[in-house]
Design a protein around this ligand. Structure first.
Ligand code: C2E
Ligand code: MG
Ligand code: MG
Ligand code: MG
Length: 282
């Protein structure tokens, strides 16, 4: 009995595996059609200068509006895209769309915003990220100095990112370290890279709500930014107390639900234009 029970468990396990593989194949098949089929969307999250309260830029965040699956978050398709290489086409689309959006906002008379885009780790390593950025900037007439790529700390600390980062920076595109405080990059390594900004991870920002001791991580990142001459952007700001604490620490910029959730381009334009009072802004 124990033995046949074991066999059954193996069969159930195998069926589960087959179903998972089939579902993954289907995801990849749908995803291949998504880019050319015009199913990707960008949302834009405002980035606020904490000294002035003004929205000075946005971060582009990709979504997949799938006919069959509904609106899919990055965590639902980027891992498969990364594993299959489809992410290269996604990155190119994001970069092109983000540049085109900057030009539409310019044409609509908005103040010149900066645009941060997230790029896949493999794109930095394969070496043609700079070419993609240069092509999109040229095609749209966007000054590369208005663009920023976000590189997760864990990727920036690895051996394959440095050359790509230098190429991108040489174009005049800015470089931010994303999710800073979650990796283990050495100070020596950071100093070797041509960086512009450090983004404090939401997990460190969340600790700010927990009183003086909780602020030590965020405080350390702001101090590090000062000493390396990098602007610090806090990510995931949700509470007024966190915003006040970040200001008191001298953090330069912030984004988060409190200041504006990721939103379609038209909503961002409205926010920038009406200057909707941002909570706690100076
Ligand atoms: P990330 O670059 O660190 O993006 C920040 C994430 O925090 C976003 O999730 C954003 O929606 C979310 N967020 C915004 N405000 C708050 C807040 O107040 N509190 C908290 N807890 N979270 C907040 P999202 O859009 O699901 O993106 C997840 C990740 O997917 C991104 O992390 C980035 O690594 C990746 N990603 C997003 N868009 C792209 C893209 O266009 N290309 C590539 N290659 N990766 C992307
Ligand atoms: Mg999300
Ligand atoms: Mg990011
Ligand atoms: Mg982040």
């Amino acid at each position: 009995v124990a033995k046949s029970g074991g066999k059954n468990r193996v069969r159930v396990f195998e069926r589960g595996m087959r179903e998972e593989v089939a579902a993954q194949d289907e995801l990849v098949r749908d995803l291949r059609r998504a880019v050319d089929g015009g199913e990707l969307r960008l949302l834009y999250q405002p980035q606020v200068d904490l000294r002035t309260g003004a929205v000075t830029g946005v971060e582009a965040l990709v979504r997949w509006q799938s006919p069959g699956r509904g609106l899919v978050e990055p965590s639902g398709f980027l891992p498969a895209a990364e594993a299959t290489g489809i992410v290269d086409a996604i990155d190119d689309w994001v970069i092109g769309e983000a540049c085109a959006q900057l030009r539409s906002w310019d044409a609509a008379g908005l103040p010149e915003l900066r645009m941060a885009v997230n790029v896949s780790p493999r794109r930095l390593a394969t070496g043609d990220l700079a070419a993609s950025l240069a092509a999109a900037a040229r095609a749209t007439g966007v000054d590369p100095g208005r663009l920023e790529i976000e590189v997760p700390e864990a990727v920036a600390a690895g051996p394959d990112a440095a050359a790509g980062i230098r190429e991108v920076r040489a174009l005049g595109v800015h470089v931010a370290i994303d999710d800073f405080g979650t990796g283990s990059s050495s100070l020596a390594r950071l100093r070797e890279l041509p960086l512009d900004r450090l983004k404090i991870d939401p997990s460190s920002v969340a600790l700010l709500a927990e009183g003086a001791a909780g602020g030590s991580l965020a405080r350390a990142v702001v101090a590090l930014g000062d000493s390396l001459d990098l602007e610090v952007v806090a990510e995931g700001v949700e509470q007024p107390g966190q915003l006040a604490a970040l200001r008191a620490l001298g953090c330069g910029a912030a984004q988060g639900h409190l200041l504006g959730s990721p939103a379609p381009a038209a909503d961002v334009a409205c926010l920038v234009r009406t200057g909707r009072p941002l909570v706690g802004a100076a």
